[in-house]
Structure formats: structure tokens, C-alpha cells
Design a protein around this ligand. Structure first.
Ligand code: ARG
Length: 403
């Protein structure tokens, strides 16, 4: 077995126990690697110290927030990526950036194995392991929960027996994964899909049913990327963070859904992604205004495929990369301003302007100044319907119904 294992470390019960569990079961030294993708919560220095206290020979923290925003969230925004038309890929997007740092750490520390805390039932084991072996085929993967029988009860027992510095009684009834793009909550009473989520499930959003004043925001995009909010320049990370706060305060971006996992089961997940939902809503609108019809129609199919590849753990696949190239091209014209009202759980677009706009007032207007030549429409309509008109005439002649 391996002499060194780099472990994806969150600071929670499972990965804290996994440090000693892996060491005990395999005899390997464990190096803990925590990646900051904007999950907030505990100070990461505290998390690093805890890893050492739990027996890691080395532990470190990587600030990947900007990288995550620029290289993962932004491509998802350019794709308007919503799995099953709703889920903005929160966890699915963070795995590849975490993988990159785990692989780098493994190389730096001469480790031949990368470990993670996923179970054998979810998508994340796939995303970690396919990502790791795509980037470094020589590495192998280890999931103590799945491969070394580290059940929840045994983990708690182990933590107590070894006096690990984690409060096992504070363990949340939910399984939570969060980053700057959003937050995913599952298990506990949510496993009964008839049970409605209660307020304490949420952390990024306020209750949208509470009356409050609306918030109007103007987002400026350049080539598909958010560059300013209300005229103030922002980085992609800052745009997401500010909208998490402002849209979150209005209850925007809550989702309660049953989704199709890659491993074949349907599962219930509650999400909140206020910044992602506000940004995607605005971006979709600007695509509608600035992207030519056929490119936009084709692009929707590309987006869906891109989204499914990322959901299914294939971020590092050639097809995902090629489709991202297509989507960058599609986004070249997606520049301009979108005005939105954030209120009552919704982000509603109320205005758009762009120097790249394909909306032509003269072409569209029904008032004076109309530049659209309606006389051309008569022949167009006739030729457009000609093939199916001829087929229908044939079918009627043969006594078949066309309705
Ligand atoms: N179902 C989501 C996905 O596969 C989130 C997975 C992690 N969720 C969680 N609550 N720990 O992308």
C-alpha cells in the first residue's frame, strides 16, 4: 500500500477521522489539503491546525476562490449551466478545481494516492476520481467511507476513542456542500420527498415570503463575463459575492428538487444559489438580445451537453473543453447592461441595453418608423410552408388524415 496519501480535507467529522483511519488501515502518512472555494464558515487556519491534531503529517490550505470564480464559475455562466433546467452545478463545478490542487499536492509530496471523503452513492466520488486520474493517470484513489468501511457510527466512535478535537455532537443532521457558487443540502428529514424544507436548512438566502423592499441592480457584462455592478467595476468573484448577498437577502435562488444522479438513483437536494441564479438570469437575457438566432438555438443544445458532462464528472474531457471553446465564441457578443429587480425570491429582468444588440427598433416597431417590409413576408410564408403543404396534399389525395 501507499506510503503517502494526500487527503481532500474539509475540517468536518468524516475527513478528520479519515486522517487516522487511513493511517491505521494502510500504514500510510496522510497529508491534508483543504481548498478554499469560498465555502466560508470556519477559519481555514483553524482547519489546518485540526488536521495536524488529527494526525496529519502535513496540512495546508489553498486559496482557490479567484481561480474557482474565473475558470469554473465563469464558464458555467457562459453556458447558462442548469442541470435538469434548474441546478447550477454548485458541487459539480468545485470538484475539478479541488482535484487540480490535490494532484499538485500529491506530486509535491511524493504521494501515490489521493483520498476523499465521498460515499459510494454519489456523484462526487466520480468527479474526484475521474478528475484525478485524468490529470495524473499514475495516481490511485482511496475513499475511506466507501473502501475502508468507515461508517458514520464508527467515525464517531473513532473520534471519541482518539479524543480528536471535533465536536461530534454538533454534527449537523444534513449533508452540506457549499462554495461561492451556491450551497447544497441533503439527507435527514429531506429524504422524505413530501417533507417541505424548513427555514434552518438555508444559510445563503432569506425567506422570500417575508415582505421587504425590492432591490434594483444593473449588471454589466463583457463577452459573457460580469464586469460591473451598478457601474462599479467588479471581478467575477466579487460579482458572485455581491449578488449572493443582495439576491440572497431577497430569497432568490432557492431550489428544492429531485435529481437524476449519475450512479442511477434519484435523490432529493435543496439548493440555494442566489448569485448564480441572478447572474444566469441576466446573462440569458443578454444572450437573447445579442446572439443571432441559429447560434442561440444551437447554443442551447451545446449548453445542455456541457452541463451534463460537468455534472457527470467529465470536466477534463476533450468534449467539455471543445464545447467550452464553442461557448467562448458564442459569448463574444454578449456585452451590455441588464437591469433586474430582486424581490420575493425572484430575479426579474426589467431592462437591457447593448452596443452588440441585434434588437432593431425599426424592425420591431408597430408604430411609425417601421422599416420591416411586410410585403416580403407573403412570399416567405408561402415558400416556408411549401414542402409540408405538398406532403399534406399528397396524403389527402391518398385518403390519409393530416391532422
Ligand atoms: N447533488 C449535487 C451534485 O451531485 C450535490 C452533491 C453534494 N451534496 C451534498 N449535500 N453534500 O452535484
Amino acid at each position: 500500500m501507499a506510503d503517502r496519501v494526500v487527503l481532500a480535507y474539509s475540517g468536518g467529522l468524516d475527513t478528520s477521522v479519515a486522517i487516522g483511519w487511513i493511517a491505521e488501515q494502510t500504514g500510510a502518512e496522510v497529508i491534508a489539503c483543504a481548498v478554499d472555494v469560498g465555502q466560508g464558515g470556519e477559519d481555514l487556519d483553524v482547519i489546518r491546525d485540526r488536521a495536524i491534531a488529527c494526525g496529519a503529517v502535513d496540512a495546508y490550505v489553498v486559496d482557490a476562490k479567484e481561480e474557482f470564480a474565473d475558470e469554473y464559475c465563469l464558464p458555467a455562466l457562459k453556458a447558462d449551466a442548469l442541470y435538469m433546467d434548474r441546478y447550477p452545478l454548485v458541487s459539480a463545478l468545485s470538484r475539478p478545481v479541488i482535484v487540480k490542487h490535490l494532484v499538485r499536492a500529491a506530486k509535491e509530496h511524493g504521494a501515490s494516492v489521493v483520498g476523499h471523503g465521498c460515499t459510494g452513492k454519489g456523484n462526487d466520488q466520480v468527479r474526484f476520481e475521474v478528475g484525478i486520474t485524468n490529470l495524473a493517470p499514475e495516481l490511485t484513489c482511496l475513499a475511506p467511507v466507501r473502501d475502508l468501511a468507515m461508517t458514520r457510527d464508527k467515525a464517531i466512535e473513532f473520534a471519541e476513542a482518539n479524543a480528536l478535537p471535533i465536536d461530534v455532537t454538533r454534527k449537523s443532521p444534513y449533508s452540506i456542500d457549499q462554495n461561492v457558487w451556491g450551497r447544497a443540502v441533503e439527507t435527514g428529514f429531506l429524504e422524505d420527498i413530501w417533507n417541505g424544507p424548513i427555514e434552518d436548512v438555508y444559510a445563503y438566502t432569506q425567506d422570500p415570503t417575508v415582505p421587504r423592499a425590492a432591490d434594483e441592480v444593473v449588471l454589466t457584462f463583457e463577452a459573457g463575463a460580469p464586469v460591473a455592478i451598478d457601474g462599479r467595476k467588479v471581478t467575477v468573484l466579487e460579482a458572485i459575492q455581491e449578488l449572493n448577498a443582495r439576491a440572497g437577502a431577497q430569497g432568490v435562488g432557492r431550489l428544492d428538487m429531485v435529481e437524476d444522479r449519475l450512479v442511477g438513483i434519484k435523490s432529493r437536494e435543496v439548493y440555494e444559489a442566489p448569485g448564480a441564479v441572478a447572474l444566469i438570469t441576466a446573462h440569458q437575457e443578454l444572450v437573447a438580445v445579442t446572439v443571432e438566432r441559429d447560434l442561440a438555438r444551437f447554443g442551447r443544445g451545446v449548453s445542455q451537453r456541457w452541463t451534463e458532462l460537468v455534472y457527470d464528472g467529465l470536466w477534463f474531457s476533450p468534449l467539455r473543453r471543445a464545447l467550452s471553446g464553442f461557448l467562448d465564441d458564442l459569448n463574444a457578443s454578449v456585452s451590455g447592461d441588464v437591469r433586474m429587480v430582486l424581490h420575493g425570491g425572484r430575479a426579474v429582468v426589467t431592462g437591457r441595453q447593448s452596443t452588440e444588440s441585434l434588437y432593431d427598433f425599426g424592425m420591431a416597431t408597430y408604430d411609425t418608423g417601421d422599416t420591416f417590409d411586410q410585403s416580403l413576408a407573403k412570399g416567405f410564408v408561402e415558400l416556408w410552408g411549401l414542402p409540408s403543404k405538398m406532403a399534406a396534399a399528397r396524403d389527402l389525395r391518398q385518403g390519409r388524415s393530416v391532422g
